[in-house]
Structure formats: structure tokens, C-alpha cells
Design a protein around this ligand. Structure first.
Ligand SMILES: [Zn+2]
Length: 60
């Protein structure tokens, strides 16, 4: 029996422990960063993504 019944993966962006709400990322921000990397072919994203405000859509 494992110590953790649902071990969360590590965030591929910042290597922190992923959260259940945003897995496999630790936060919506990291999810946006990873998405941006895919869309741009793996290029690094300097700072925050331009469309970060879209995260708020899932708040209500
Ligand atoms: Zn992260």
C-alpha cells in the first residue's frame, strides 16, 4: 500500500508539487506557461503570458 493514495505529479514547469485543481501543474499560471511553450514550439515565455486574464474565466 502506498503512503499516498493519489500521488500528484510534479509541475513540468517549475518542478513543484502539482495541485489537484491544476494538475499536472501546480497552478493555472504554470498551465498557461506550458501551453504557451507548446504553441510556440518550446520557446521560453519571458514573464507572464499575455492572456493570463483568461484564467479568471474559470473562477465563477
Ligand atoms: Zn508550476
Amino acid at each position: 500500500m502506498a503512503a499516498d493514495p493519489r500521488p500528484l505529479p510534479r509541475c513540468p514547469v517549475c518542478r513543484r508539487r502539482a495541485s489537484e485543481e491544476s494538475r499536472p501543474f501546480c497552478s493555472p499560471r504554470c498551465a498557461q506557461v506550458d501551453l504557451g511553450r507548446w504553441l510556440t514550439g518550446g520557446y521560453a515565455i519571458p514573464g507572464e503570458p499575455e492572456d493570463a486574464h483568461r484564467i479568471d474565466e474559470d473562477d465563477a
